[in-house]
Write a protein that binds this ligand. Sequence first.
Ligand code: ZN
Length: 196
Amino acid sequence: MLKNPAYAGAFVYGRTQSCHARYASGKIISRRRKMTEWKIVVKDRYPAYLDWQRYERIQTMLSDNHAEYRRNQTRGVSRDGAAVLQGIVWCGRCGHKMGVEYKNGNRYVCNFLARSQGGGLCQHLPADPIDACVVEAFFAAASPTELAELMCAKDARRQAEEAFDRAEEQQIKRLRYQALLAERQYDRGDVTEREV
Ligand SMILES: [Zn+2]
């Protein structure tokens, strides 16, 4: 669902390319083309679950996560720990992933070069003030969007429930009518044959 452009309403042809090689099963090996290499893209072709911009953002996110995973053989997502950015903070000086130390208060530490090449720490920063900024920024960014999305989701669910109720009502009406017809037919029938 995250990768198929049909969910963003687009018809796409040529997302894969065969590699002129086969698996042992005989199936042809193919690779996914980059979005920029897709042969035909017709947007707004199907009813969309998400808009095209969001679809593109998701693809970027997936590819970033993948690159991050390849680089560190670990996922770039937050982990447990008192510091908010545990596992997802990078050093502004050397670009390596920073760790967290819990001595003398929480602090973010860049010790990648120290560990891999010897020498001193690149830098370390107290975690609490950074975390406070991040939390504030997160809620500032998330709240209006989240609320709007929540309203949208609630609306959609209410509409779906109403449609379902209407369909049920129609079905009950149809069944009542059929019962009425059957009753009339029964009443019109010969009294002597009613047992049958
Ligand atoms: Zn560093």
